[in-house]
Design a protein around this ligand. Structure first.
Ligand code: URP
Ligand code: ZN
Ligand code: ZN
Length: 433
């Protein structure tokens, strides 16, 4: 038995990051963190489970699942999968059921990334309907991909080629439009909806409106959207500017504070990262054309600290709220509660100790990711995760990763028909919207 002295510290459930991309091929590169390096970083930051987005292989979701299982064999902590749907046909519809039996209870539809991942509205509606039948949660990347493609070519033809073009080509209005569209389509179909990486007031207001009307919509902000603003994308240093390129983009300075208030008041429910990292050599593919900069920023290690700083230290939320938005809400939404998301007898022993007296600084010098940049470089945090326990094993203690090896992590199946599906009575409310 190891006895830990937690005097003066917060003892909390390990974090659950519901949105990551490890070992993901995207925009001509593969993310720099694989399942081992990304998860080791997560453990050092107090996260003990994540849900990664498996991508289909040539639109084949079973092949994508097999590939992601192989990638995840390097794991050193608990993980689950969402599956992306990038085309609609009978085979995909059948395979979705097979994947639900395997323990995948959520499917992501991209409304952007035209000619790559984007689905049409009719494909999205077919997918929403199938999710409803299967008790699986549909998720949307909500941006209007057609309009973005139009703006991208207009900006390029005007000679705007730098990373600032990324922000200019993806205005918040296009995120708001797509969010409103997805919310309405889900309302008509009668299925709950999960909106990933809510980055703007525009999208958040659509979610607030639907929730006020009684519709079951979950809004997921990410740590970068809460804590950062778009200004670095105008930095004349390409490497720094490109490091901030993700989609939907990190927004102008008024959006982060509004998202934080929405999170504090329950309009938005949980914090993810969208950890999808490309190093400066990979990002350099878009040196002369912003549309070729691989999209994504870091966060899997920083999310707990950034959320603590932005929500609790700032005075917006309580430590109990922090537990909900970093762990419990994810466990409930993905039907893992009470196994995950709480500290109690019978639950998995995923526990962290956070010492609120320690001040530290985020950045490349101290992070565990393979990345050579960090969008939180120099950010001061009041409070530090000093200990992480994963399923009862001490894996991070006083600045050291302990016994963390590839192949020791486990897949956590997530059953369908989670709490968002429970109240049949709510169905009629969807149709009112
Ligand atoms: O920029 C991002 N978000 N990259 C990862 C893919 C996605 O859209 O989630
Ligand atoms: Zn996305
Ligand atoms: Zn993502």
């Amino acid at each position: 038995v190891t006895v830990l002295n937690a005097t003066g510290m917060f003892v909390m459930p390990g974090g659950i990051d519901p949105h990551t991309h490890l070992d993901m091929p995207f925009m001509g590169s593969v993310t720099a963190d694989d399942f081992f390096s990304g998860q080791a970083a997560a453990l050092a930051g107090g996260t003990t489970m994540h849900i990664d987005f498996a991508l289909p292989v040539n639109h084949d979701i079973m092949a994508g699942y097999e590939l992601w299982k192989e990638k995840a064999s390097r794991s050193c902590m608990d993980y689950g999968f969402h599956m992306a749907i990038t085309r609609w046909d009978e085979q995909v519809s059948r395979d979705m059921e097979a994947l639900v039996h395997e323990g995948i209870n959520s499917f992501k539809f991209f409304m952007a990334y035209k000619n790559v991942l984007q689905v049409t509205d009719s494909e999205l509606v077919a997918g929403l309907q199938r999710c409803r039948e299967l008790g699986a949660l549909p998720m949307v990347h909500a941006e209007n991909g057609d309009m973005i493609a139009w703006l991208q070519s207009r900006l390029l033809s005007e000679g705007i080629r730098g990373p600032e073009g990324h922000a200019m080509s993806r205005p918040a209005a296009l995120e708001g439009e797509a969010t409103g569209r997805a919310v309405r389509l889900a309302g008509v179909v009668g299925v709950p909806l999960y909106v990933v990486h809510v980055m703007s007031i525009d999208a958040m207001e659509e979610i607030a409106r639907a929730r006020r009307a009684g519709q079951r919509v979950v809004g997921e902000p990410v740590s970068s959207g809460l804590a950062l603003d778009e200004s670095p994308m105008w930095d004349t240093n390409f490497t720094r500017a490109a490091a901030f390129v993700m989609s939907p983009p990190i927004r102008s300075a008024e959006h982060g504070p509004a998202l934080k208030k929405a999170l504090a008041s329950g309009v938005l429910q949980l914090v993810a990262t969208d950890h999808a990292v490309f190093n400066s050599t990979q990002k350099a593919a878009g040196r002369n054309d912003f549309t070729r900069i691989p999209n994504g920023v870091n966060g899997i290690e920083e999310r707990m600290h950034v959320t603590w700083q932005e929500m609790v230290v700032s005075g917006l939320s309580t430590p109990s709220d922090f537990v909900r938005m970093t762990s419990t809400a994810a466990a409930q939404i993905y039907n893992l509660y009470p196994r995950k998301g709480r500290v109690a007898a019978g639950s998995d022993a995923d526990v962290i100790l956070l010492d609120p007296r320690i001040t530290h600084t985020l950045g490349v010098g101290s992070h565990h990711s393979r990345m050579d940049t960090n969008v939180y470089e120099g950010k001061q945090i009041q409070g530090k995760v000093v200990t992480t326990i994963s399923r009862g094993r001490l894996v991070w203690h006083n600045g050291q990763l302990l016994g963390v090896r590839p192949g020791t992590g486990r897949f956590v199946p997530m059953p369908p028909f989670g709490p968002l599906f429970e109240v049949r009575e709510a169905q009629h409310l969807y149709r009112r919207v």
